[in-house]
Structures are given as C-alpha cells and as structure tokens.
Design a protein. Structure first.
Length: 207
C-alpha cells in the first residue's frame, strides 16, 4: 500500500488526511473533488478556505453549519449588504471563526463576486477558466500529494482575484479551492474515490 493511503473497517482505501474522523471521511467520500458549478457553493468554499488560513480544514468543516447560518447560507447579495452592525454580531458569534479581517474580507469579496458575475455571466465561468489545460498524472502517494500545494493556475487565479480587489485568496488557498471544487483530481491514485471523481469530471458540464 503506498504512503498516504489507509484502509478502514469498510475495506475501502482512502487518502490519509481523513483518517480518524468520521465527519472528515464523509467529506472526503462525498464532496472533496466533486466538480461544482453552482455560484453559491463556489463562493461558500472560497470564503471558508480564507477562514481556514492558519487553521485546519477540519476546524472549519465542523463550524460550517455555523458559518452558513451566520452568512445567510452564503447568499452573495445578502452578504454584500452587511454593515457595521452585522460585523459586530459576527464578532460575537462563537459558531464561526471570529476574525474581523476575515469577516470583512468575506463581505468585500461578496461585492467583488457580484461585479464578476455581471462580467462573466457567473462566478463558475470565471473560476473554471483556471482548470488546468494539461492533464497531470495521478498522485501516487502522500509525498507526491504534499508536493502539490500550488500550481501555475492557482497562482494566476490568486493574482487576478487580488487585482480585482479580493482578499484572503493567495495561491495556496486558490489551489485548495481548486482541489475541493473538482478543478483537479487530487485523490491519490489508489484511493477508492479517484476513479469516481475522474468519471464525474468527464461528465461535468463546464460553465
């Protein structure tokens, strides 16, 4: 068995990072890497990736329902209207990460997302243009996976977002977003999800 793969009681091979946590395993099996075109889900994920900065994804995952409740289920137009009163309320909400800079960045990014939706037709159309054009070989092991934390495309995405006024979206955050939203398939080759994600990506209609 290659490094980076574990087998649990179900005799299923999985990527190492979800070992030991049922909620993480559920996320790995049912969400991570599945291609997404829906603007609300794309916006939610890129915001949560920003909140993750300096923390673990497991921490954010376990607070995701709290974030959804606090941020109007990541309704972009509603978040763009948030003012000082809402910021104060969010800073007192223990169900989320109470970081003022990240909260303010989410409100700012909602405004930028509205602008981009008008320009590109959808956020999906903007984000999916950064899907790598060249197919990369499947990740073989943990060492291979840990080596790929950014890409040329994630760097370009982050640079473009920064120019457009987005905050808390660097190349590493952008690449984690691309992994989660299915723009790349970074399940290790021997993970039981790898081939299913490949098929989903083959069938996916790009926005």
């Amino acid at each position: 068995m290659p490094s980076g793969i574990y087998v649990d009681g179900e005799d299923k091979t999985r990527c190492w990072w979800c070992s030991g946590h049922d909620d993480y395993k559920e996320y790995h099996d049912t969400e991570w890497g599945c291609p997404v075109a829906d603007d609300r889900l794309l916006f939610e994920k890129i915001c949560l990736e920003g909140f993750q900065s300096g923390l673990s994804w497991l921490t954010i995952l376990r607070k995701r329902e709290g974030f959804r409740a606090a941020f109007c289920d990541f309704n972009i137009r509603e978040i763009a209207k948030f003012d000082g009163g809402q910021i104060k309320r969010l800073m007192n909400n223990s169900a989320i990460i109470r970081n003022r800079h990240k909260i303010e960045a989410t409100i700012n990014n909602a405004k930028r997302a509205i602008e981009m939706g008008k320009e590109f037709g959808s956020l999906g159309a903007f984000f999916w243009q950064y899907e790598p054009k060249m197919r990369r070989a499947a990740l073989k092991n943990k060492e291979d996976a840990c080596f790929h934390t950014t890409s040329g495309e994630s760097t370009d995405m982050a640079k473009t977002l920064k120019k457009r006024g987005w905050k808390f979206v660097g190349p590493t955050t952008a690449y984690a977003f691309m992994q989660a939203m299915g723009m790349v398939n970074d399940h290790i080759a021997d993970c039981h999800c790898h081939e299913r994600i490949e098929q989903l990506r083959r069938d996916f209609q790009r926005p």
